[in-house]
Design a protein around this ligand. Structure first.
Ligand code: G3P
Length: 218
């Protein structure tokens, strides 16, 4: 399973990339706004830090302008993955860009029917938003299971399932048990995954016992 980080905060990306566990980055217009920095500069900087796909989202809603934006974003670095919304114009744009060999992440997916359309449009990634479905009382992980079942039934569909709008490590574990290809994690969730109180307790006991020996490894 690949781990992307869902942020436009370059410092945080640097810190997490240093773990060697990062396979890519996703951004969206809200995350860019939160960073308070120029969009194109941020994307170029992230692409230089991480080798894997870096999603940069178009902001137009019509096909012609989306396509022009997609070409501009794709020209920033070889690992840019153009992100388009799951609308008719977005999928038309996806079809053209993917036909040109440009990676495309189709975002704002909330149904299996939408995911099927995105795969037919040649999306590299489909991004179902599990947390936002949970927020309105629907089961986000059930959507992931449905999409995986559908894509598995048609091996010619190459689109990878990128679990987005992740709120906690349980989402990640559930997605991994289902065999989802990717999860994009807010930095806080990725950091939570390292933690367990018994790890802290056990380490404290080992260190206390080690100190009693008076030895040193180095
Ligand atoms: O980047 C898309 C998605 O991960 C957004 O998540 O937390 O705003 O629902 P959230």
């Amino acid at each position: 399973m690949k781990f992307f980080v869902d942020t436009a905060d370059v410092k945080e990306i640097q810190e997490l990339a240093a773990t060697g566990l990062l396979d890519g980055v996703t951004t969206n217009p809200s995350l860019i706004a939160k960073s308070g920095r120029p969009f194109l500069d941020v994307i170029k900087e992230i692409c230089a830090i991480v080798d894997g796909p870096v999603s940069a989202e178009v902001t137009a809603t019509d096909h012609k302008t989306m396509l022009a934006e997609g070409h501009k974003l794709a020209g920033l670095a070889k690992n840019v993955c153009v992100k388009v919304p799951l609308t008719m114009d977005g999928l038309k744009t996806c079809k053209v860009l993917s036909g040109e060999g440009i990676q495309v992440n189709v975002t704002l997916c909330f149904s299996a029917a939408q995911a099927l359309l995105a795969a037919k449009a040649g999306a590299t990634f489909i991004s179902p938003f599990v947390g936002r479905l949970d927020d309105i009382g629907q089961d986000g992980m059930e959507l992931i299971a449905d999409i995986i079942a559908i894509y598995s039934a048609y091996p010619n569909l190459k689109t990878e399932v990128l679990v987005a709008s992740v709120r906690h490590p349980v989402h990640v574990v559930s997605a991994a048990k289902m065999g989802a290809d990717v999860a994009t994690l807010p930095p806080a969730v990725l950091k939570q995954m390292f933690n367990h109180p018994l790890t802290d307790k056990g380490l404290a006991a080992f260190l206390a016992d080690w100190a009693k020996t008076g030895q040193s490894v180095l």
